[in-house]
Design a protein around this ligand. Structure first.
Ligand code: FAD
Length: 289
């Protein structure tokens, strides 16, 4: 099933993101994550692609996307970055995904990893999207940034390039994490003005520890609203309290987004199905309204 078909059915789509476990993790750890997520009944699960490629992980992104689709019966989406991939690499990945029955990719540029020199076939995600759409019928999604991509000079330029990705064939967008819903609503407004009319899912990451969120924010440039910095200041040194406050914050964000009619919620699970289930249970009636 193509993911864009999930939208426009009168209910909020709820999806999860996981990453392939590192080589140092037990080989069955992906099954533990997926066993925990299956009861949550996400509409789809996406699998990230690490900058180190398959060398760093137990199972590749494509393998895991195939397991989700075939063994768990849940639609899956494989992230596919082009910064380290040429046309032949992309062709090989698409063939493998097709063989595994995976119907969707999140087409990304990715970030340059100093240990892996970039390839030059695709300068931006838009080039990758156009390439995939020209030779495959796989569903294509793309990333978007409510507060702007860190490399963009301004939001206007960023939205212009986002529109190019949609014109190139992206059928669905998933947002970078954000902590202030007002940033997301302003972004949606700009998208609609720019004529971007594909479904846009809101990316939500529960704050489970002060350290992890500071690292994440420094990487992706998301801003921390005062409501959240107050929680970090009060509970940051108390792991269990921080976890409870972070989960409550994510639930509050999600309830407000659903009330506002958001197309979908994409939960960054950090391979933590317990947290995902706690959040899903807390919004079960809200989700199905
Ligand atoms: P692009 O869309 O190419 O944009 C990158 C920058 O270039 C932006 O500033 C944009 O405005 C600009 N730009 C775009 N097109 C043009 C153009 N034609 N001319 C000039 N400038 C242009 N990274 C991973 O390594 N693996 C993952 O699995 C992964 N998953 C992600 C999932 C989501 C939902 C999100 C939001 C991000 C994810 N990332 C992942 C991070 C992502 O790879 C980085 O943010 C990367 O820097 C940009 O990728 P992109 O596809 O958005 O790039």
């Amino acid at each position: 099933m193509k993911l864009y078909e999930l939208f426009g059915k009168g209910r909020t789509v709820f999806s999860c993101e996981i990453f392939p476990p590192k080589k140092t993790s037990p080989v069955d750890s992906i099954y533990r994550t997926l066993d925990g997520l299956k009861d949550v009944r996400p509409d789809f699960i996406s699998v990230t692609f690490g900058a180190g490629g398959s060398d760093m992980v137990n199972q590749s992104t494509q393998e895991i996307a195939g397991i989700i689709q075939n063994q768990y019966g849940i639609p899956s989406m494989a992230h596919l970055t082009c910064v380290g991939a040429g046309r032949e690499d992309v062709d090989r990945t698409l063939a493998q995904l097709k063989a595994d029955g995976v119907d969707n990719v999140l087409a990304l540029r990715g970030d340059v990893n100093p240990d892996y020199p970039p390839k030059t076939d695709f300068a931006h995600a838009g080039d990758l999207i156009a390439y995939i759409r020209a030779r495959s019928d796989i569903g294509v999604s793309a990333a978007c940034y409510p507060e702007g991509h860190p490399e963009s000079p301004d939001l206007v330029e960023d939205i212009r390039h986002l529109r190019e990705k949609v014109d190139a064939g992206a059928q669905h967008l998933v947002s970078q994490l954000f902590f202030d819903n007002e940033d997301f609503y302003r972004f949606l407004e700009r998208c609609r003005i720019a004529g971007i009319d594909v479904p846009i899912e809101a990316g939500i990451m529960p704050v489970l520890s002060a350290g992890s969120i500071r690292r994440m924010v420094s990487l992706c440039g998301a801003s921390l609203p005062r409501k959240l910095t107050r929680l970090l200041a009060r509970y940051g040194d108390h792991p269990q309290a921080m976890r409870e406050a972070g989960i409550a914050y994510a639930i509050d964000q999600i309830a407000d987004l659903i009330a506002s009619g958001v197309d979908g919620i994409h939960l960054y699970t950090m391979n933590n199905p317990g947290v995902c289930r706690q959040i899903a249970d807390s919004i079960s009636s809200i989700r199905t309204l």
